[in-house]
Each structure stands twice: as C-alpha cells, then as structure tokens.
Ligand binder design. Structure first.
Ligand SMILES: *Cc1c(COP(=O)(O)O)cnc(C)c1O
Length: 411
C-alpha cells in the first residue's frame, strides 16, 4: 500500500517514532544533550540493549531519528544513519568496512574531497584505493584481490556529467561478493532507486538537495539490506549479535559514535522539511535544466554542453534507465576560452558565483581554476577538466529570467 503512494505524499505522512503529546504537525526540535531514566534498573537495561531509548545525543536523538526514519521510508531501505556531512557519511562507511592492508576500487572522477580522503587521509592508515574509470568489467576484475573490500562510485560524475553503468558495476561486485557503494548525492532518492540496480550502500551529502536549499550541512548512510555481511571480514563479527543490522550497528556503536560525526538536531529539523519539498524542487530544477541545456546547445558561442538529460548526450540512455531521465540538475558547458568564461561569469546578474550544488538559487563555477586548482595540468586533463568549462547548478528561478541572464552575459 505505502509503496504505491507518491514520493511527496509519503514524505508528508511518515509517522513520528513516538506519538507527540500535543499532536504537533511538525516534528519538534529536541535540543537536548541527554535523556533521563525512571530508575537505576531502567538505565542498566538500556546499557544492556534490553530497553531502547535515547541516552546521549552524540549517539542518537529524537529529531535526528525522525529524519532518519523519513529518509528510510522514502528510500524504502533497510536502515539509515544521519551524520554531520556528506564527507562524514563517506568516511564512516569506508572506515567501517576496511582496515590497514585492505583496498577499495573507486572511480577516477570523484568529488574532490572524496579523492583527497582516499589519496591522503586514508592512505596514511594503510588503506589503498585502486582507481579506474569503471567502464570495463575486465579491467575492474584485474584490480580485485583478496584484500578488496568494496567498489565505490558516483552515480553521475561532477563536473564531467558522466553517467556510471550501475548494473555493470553491480554484476562485478556480486560475482566477487564485494560491497557496492555509491555516492548518489547528484541523483536524489525521488529519481534514483539504488537497490533496484544492485547498489548495497548509498552515501549522500544531504547538504545538497535534501537540505531544502543550502540550509544546513548533513550526510546520510543508507543501507539497502541486500548484502550478506558474513562476506565482509571487517563487519562479520557484528552479524552474530546484530544480523542484518551488522554494518549500521558497527557504524553506530563504534565508528560514528567514537569519531563524533553526529547530525545536529537543528540540522535534522531543516532537513526533515527539505525532504517534504524535495520532489517539487527537483521537478522545477529539471524543467529549468532542460530549457537551459537546449538553449545553450543552440547558441553559437557555446562550444559544448554536457547534460545527460539531453537526447544527444552520450549518457542519455543510461540516464533514462537509472534515473527515469532525470540525471540530477547540474550541467556543464564550454565557451571558446577561459577568458570568455570569466567574462561571462562576471556579467551574470541572477546566477550566483559559488561552489555549492542544488541550492534554490542557480550557482556557477569555473572548476579548473577552483575545485581543481590543487591538481596538476596532467591530472586535470586525465579527468577531463577543461579551462573552457563551467559548471552550472540549476535552481528554481523562473526559466525565462535565467535564459535572459545567460543571453545578456553571452553577448
Ligand atoms: C558535496 C558533496 C560531497 C561532500 O558533502 P559535504 O556535505 O560537503 O561534506 C560528497 N559527494 C558529492 C557528490 C558532493 O557533491
């Protein structure tokens, strides 16, 4: 019954974990650090795992719990843990499944700080990352050995806007009993049903779409309940006590509790409302994206447009298959030179010059001179970053105003 309900209707009707004494129509913000017990016996029972209640908000708290339950209902997954940022979701997930001497296989066009996490932070603790463009199953298989713990990829790469072949990755992962983790930030849960294509774990920067429009920082770890954790050497011991919850239990009772990356209740409050309006915001941004990408494609000064929603885009077919044709609402396009890009950006009056994604406002950036500034020219070329390219995150403004802004700035 519930699964047939539309996304927004469902978002608005997820029950609270506990009935509200005042029948409040908004989940209250519980800004409490600690929660009280009725007796010494009850607190003992809680610590033994026999009486479940919130104890201390670094581990769990009511408003954050409601956000987790809402995202769980909307993704129809096994369980969700909300954390302080997208990077916390990624680092907690990788720390839970690896130890020194292990390796993971990852796409070579990753979000910059994810790449830095793998190459700099985690490599110092003995975790190796083996990079691949993840296009060729045979090549991926040559990278796998007995210490490989996961294949990690992004649904659509940013700013190149290349669509991953998720079913190909799922078939390799299944064959080798490896965990398949995706960063699905670009393709929110109303357009992407990760489990349908064999993904086991989603990590999401909820800072982006789910926050409701750049209101707050957050992250989510989504477990689809479709991986046998007895095949995971670093999670296996948790299956004895926690069964199917082994991975989430390891994160909640070890990694995330001990590293302290909890979501703040104030953030959860914003993000609960962000989920209520997610679908309508995505629909509006997508409409704008189509209008803008078609306009840019036809403009003589625009040399190239990458948006897998366009039928002529090389990722169009995969985008239809995996995201119902809505491959997020970010695009990139090229002018003839870096100078032309700067001149264009400086003339914009409505579109803002900023790094974020999926704000309600349209945002533009020149990735080569900013996000990729730390990379050598050769490294940038390898991941297809051109100095003629700009990334546009399309917002909910009126399409005609965005077109007019772009038109005057291209003049
Ligand atoms: C922003 C982003 C992240 C990091 O999320 P934060 O919330 O900024 O920590 C990770 N992956 C992708 C694809 C992102 O866009």
């Amino acid at each position: 019954m519930m699964s047939k309900t539309g996304f927004t209707t469902k978002a608005l009707n997820v029950p609270y974990p506990k009935e509200d004494p005042h029948n409040a129509l908004q989940m209250p913000l519980y800004e409490a650090v600690a929660f009280e017990f009725d007796s010494a016996e009850q607190i003992e029972a809680n610590f033994k795992g026999e009486y479940i209640a919130h104890v201390y908000s670094r581990s769990s708290s009511p408003t954050v719990e409601y956000f987790e339950q809402k995202l769980k209902a909307l993704t129809e997954c096994h369980g969700v843990i909300a954390v302080s940022s997208g990077m916390a979701a990624i680092s907690n997930s990788i720390l839970a499944i690896t130890r020194s001497g292990d390796n993971i296989i990852a796409g070579n066009r990753l979000f910059g700080h994810t790449l830095s996490l793998f190459q700099q932070t985690l490599s110092e603790f003995g975790l190796e990352t083996r990079f691949s463009d993840l296009r060729d199953a045979n090549e991926i298989e040559t990278l796998i050995d007995s210490n490989t713990r996961a294949i990690y990829f992004e649904t659509v790469t940013n700013p190149q806007l290349e669509v991953s072949d998720i079913e190909l990755l799922a078939s390799v992962a299944r064959k080798h009993k490896l965990l398949l983790i995706t960063d699905s930030t670009i393709t929110p849960p109303n357009v992407f049903r990760a489990a349908d294509f064999g993904v086991n774990i989603e990590v999401i920067s909820t800072t982006k779409y789910i926050s409701g429009g750049a209101t707050s920082f957050g992250g989510a770890i989504v477990d689809h309940g479709n991986f046998d954790w007895t095949n995971q050497p670093n999670v296996k011991s948790y299956t004895e006590k926690f069964g199917k919850n082994a991975f989430l239990a390891k994160i909640r009772k070890n990694i995330y509790r001990n590293t302290g990356g909890s979501m703040a209740p104030q953030t959860a409050r914003y993000q609960i409302q962000g989920l209520d309006i997610l679908e309508i915001r995505v629909e509006r941004c997508y409409k704008n994206c189509m209008v803008l990408s078609e306009f840019l494609s036809a403009h003589p000064k625009v040399k190239r447009v990458d948006y897998p929603g366009l039928p002529q885009d090389k990722g169009y077919k995969l985008a239809q298959k995996y995201f119902g044709g809505v491959p997020g609402t970010i695009m990139s396009f090229d002018l003839e030179s870096k100078e032309a890009c700067y001149s264009f950006m400086n003339k914009l009056k409505i579109i803002r010059r900023a790094t974020n994604l999926n704000d309600n406002k349209s945002l533009i950036i020149h990735p080569d001179s900013t996000i990729y500034a730390e990379f050598s020219e050769a490294e940038r070329a390898k991941v297809n970053i051109r100095n003629t390219m700009m990334r546009l995150s399309v917002g909910i403004e009126n399409a005609g105003d965005l077109i007019a802004d772009i038109e005057q700035a291209l003049d």
